[in-house]
Design a protein around this ligand. Sequence first.
Ligand code: AMP
Ligand code: MN
Ligand code: MN
Ligand code: MN
Length: 283
Amino acid sequence: MPEDARYRKVDLHSHSSRSDGRLSPAELVNLAAEQEISLFALTDHDTLDGIPEASQKAKDLGISFVNGVELSTQWKGIPLHMVALNFDSDNPAVLSVVKKNQLIRLDRARRIADLLVKQGLPDLFDEVVALAGESQLGRPHFASLLVEKGFVKDSNKAFDRYLGNKKLGQLRDVWPELEDVLTTLSGQDIELVLAHPKRYPLTVTKLKRLLSDFKKWGGTGMEVASGNERPDSVRLLERLSVEFGLKASVGSDYHGPFGPWMQVGKYTPIHGSEVDLIWQSWH
Ligand code: AMP
Ligand code: MN
Ligand code: MN
Ligand code: MN
């Protein structure tokens, strides 16, 4: 391990246009280079499509690159994201989970379109599929369409009014169980990281229960810093990562140039002194 591994500029959570990000994989890695990132992972939602382009660009620019993907799951009926990192591109277990989630995405889009029709909107299914094109179809594509058609003022309003987890109550249980995904992927030298733990509707007690299950089912890490998390949340997550023996990961969860507060490599700083940084064991 290089001596400076602890101090590298690291971003292990980001999105390209292959899912719901704005930039192409190559543009994203270019931006990472501009931000002086030295270790980078592309973690698109439920797809590995951007990885070849991103890893080639990273190689050209001298950035260390690890394969990543953000997987949609559910735990106790709550939609929950985990990030798999540092796997081989042809890992059959990863490919099978990704493939399954891609089918769910398409089926869910049909059901979302139906729910919107019930709320008096036109059937947007064909258009949303066309809009997503080669990208993994997500709710942000619905949001863009609703804005474009003038049904809502902006994407936030689209989530507030139509697309948020509360609004899509019946569609909460579409994703595979966290336990099944973790046990499918565990024991193969893949980092299995709970994404943005403070973004779920969980009390600290419930979050601890989740972390305990996550570890028990084979999880290896958790994000302690994700984008512009509150500093006190980051401190709490650092303590929890130590308490539950989950390695600490960090990431911007960058989706595109939507505002000055988001940037590749930008997240609330961690103290890091007692946590086990997940990338320290990588070569
Ligand atoms: P999906 O993967 O299709 O369930 O869509 C989830 C994605 O939508 C997240 O990864 C975010 O990028 C985006 N998102 C979720 N909630 C909101 C929100 N309230 N406002 C804007 N974007 C959101
Ligand atoms: Mn997203
Ligand atoms: Mn997420
Ligand atoms: Mn993300």
